[in-house]
Ligand binder design. Structure first.
Ligand code: HEM
Ligand code: HEM
Length: 186
């Protein structure tokens, strides 16, 4: 998700500055389809988080830092919903609406704005664009704060907060050592 989110920030910024043409449209389409994949992944991730809590760590952080970290994580989830939904609204208010497919397979219908008058479609586009840009600004401020805090935990405080999000590697001494080969005699 980190790679997808960073790609979205870069491609969104670039595509708004491309001259009108084929590559602008193709980038819009990829940006929109990957953005909707982020929405799907965020829902799955949120459902997973309801059952599996965050990894336990040995950070000795003061209360305000714990609050700041939780607030950042909630805001990330909010942005994972707000950015794709506002993008989807924008996509649906631009005529003619082209179909979008997540991963080239799952077809996503446009939001039902085609029944509105052209003036209202422009209004929806305008609101959705403002929300999208607000989300972009929020994400661009939160990501460096979040990554900076993670790096501080790792290199300054030297606790296991960053190691906690990596897949668990067993270091159980009693586990059988499959790296040793003992030839059978006889
Ligand atoms: C986490 C997901 C997303 C992120 C981080 C993101 C990020 C961005 C960024 C950085 C821009 C450029 C803003 C600017 O400089 O004006 C942008 C524009 C845009 N995005 Fe997204 N986006 C996401 C999801 C989506 C989705 C799902 C869609 C459509 C289904 C979409 C449609 C658009 C459109 C149409 C624009 C162009 C707006 C304009 O021309 O002003 N985005 N996005
Ligand atoms: C686009 C960039 C990033 C976003 C949007 C992001 C988002 C998130 C979210 C939503 C969580 C909440 C936990 C969860 O739901 O699984 C989280 C946790 C975490 N992230 Fe990130 N993250 C980003 C980049 C990074 C990077 C680059 C690092 C490491 C250098 C990092 C380190 C962590 C750590 C250590 C936690 C766990 C904190 C805890 O246990 O309380 N994140 N991140």
């Amino acid at each position: 998700m980190v790679v997808l989110v960073l790609y979205q920030l870069a491609s969104g910024w670039l595509m708004s500055r491309y001259p009108v043409g084929g590559s602008k449209l193709a980038t819009y389409e990829l940006h929109s389809e990957l953005g909707l994949s982020i929405l799907l992944l965020a829902i799955l991730r949120f459902a997973w988080r309801l059952f599996v809590p965050n990894p336990i760590n040995d950070a000795q952080a003061p209360e305000w830092q714990q609050t700041a970290s939780h607030l950042t994580q909630y805001l990330f989830y909010g942005l994972f919903a707000m950015l794709p939904l506002s993008g989807w609204a924008m996509w649906s208010a631009i005529q003619p609406v082209e179909p979008l497919r997540i991963g080239g397979v799952i077809a996503i219908p446009p939001m039902p704005f085609h029944t509105l008058s052209p003036a209202w479609q422009f209004q929806v586009l305008d609101w959705a664009e403002s929300l999208h840009v607000l989300g972009v600004v929020g994400l661009s401020l939160l990501v460096p704060l979040h990554v900076g805090a993670a790096l501080k935990h790792h290199f300054w405080d030297r606790d296991d907060v960053v190691r906690g999000i990596l897949p668990e590697i067993r270091d159980d001494e009693t586990a059988p050592d499959h790296t040793q080969y003992t030839p059978r005699v006889g």
